[in-house]
Design a protein around this ligand. Structure first.
Ligand SMILES: C[S@@+](CC[C@H](N)C(=O)[O-])C[C@H]1O[C@@H](n2cnc3c(N)ncnc32)[C@H](O)[C@@H]1O
Length: 190
């Protein structure tokens, strides 16, 4: 309850950045992390907010040391550092991810994103996606949720970045209902 109240306060202060009045629910957290296991390798989380997806990742066996939490909000970043002292929490704009010094240069296996990509400027979304795929292994996957009816990354941008998107599921129990897409690099056949 306190978490929901703090989240709402953060939204009141910055509705565009926080972009949701309540944190995501458990069902969405289960869904967006469903393909991730300790075998995935290090995981980057973008826009963890109050840490709903972070908890789900830890429940799936991801060690704090294998988590990089990239959060722009000072209030969230501070609380994440207290809750996950062994994770690498960076208070920064995810659009600068390319410059972040994480996992001693080891590539990540997945990125989990709670960012409001739909409302972001396309140049910013492009910078975030470029940075994320640069930090991952070639077969790494970027998981993004959306409240909208289609993938929040426009087809044109996906094509320009050599990416494909696949819907992996939806949940009606989230407020509001949400679905999750997996973005991955199109592997060339030669
Ligand atoms: C819709 S909330 C999602 C929070 C959490 N993942 C959840 O699902 O409950 C969006 C989060 O992204 C963060 N955020 C928004 N823009 C950001 C940016 N450019 N860089 C890093 N974090 C950002 C916000 O501060 C907020 O924590």
């Amino acid at each position: 309850m306190a978490e929901a109240f703090d989240f709402f306060q953060a939204w009141l202060k910055n509705p565009l950045r926080v972009a949701a009045v309540v944190p995501s629910g458990k069902a969405l957290a289960q869904l967006i992390t469903s393909e991730i296991s300790p075998d995935t390798g290090p995981v980057i989380e973008l826009g963890p907010g109050s840490g709903v997806f972070t908890r789900a990742l830890i429940d799936r066996g991801i060690r704090q040391e294998d988590l990089a939490l990239i959060e722009f909000g000072a209030e969230f970043a501070q609380a994440l550092r207290l809750s996950y002292p062994r994770a690498c929490t960076l208070r920064m704009d995810a659009a600068r991810l390319r410059t972040a010094d994480i996992f001693e240069g080891r590539p990540a296996g997945a990125v989990v994103s709670g960012l409001p990509l739909l409302t972001m400027h396309p140049l910013k979304s492009a910078a975030i996606l470029r940075g994320a795929f640069r930090k991952m292994k070639p077969d790494g996957a970027f998981y993004q949720f959306t409240y909208g009816p289609r993938c929040p990354v426009p087809r044109k941008l996906l094509t320009r970045l050599g990416l494909q998107a696949q819907w992996i599921g939806g949940t009606l129990t989230n407020i509001p209902p949400a679905s999750v897409y997996r973005l991955s690099q199109i592997q060339s056949s030669h």
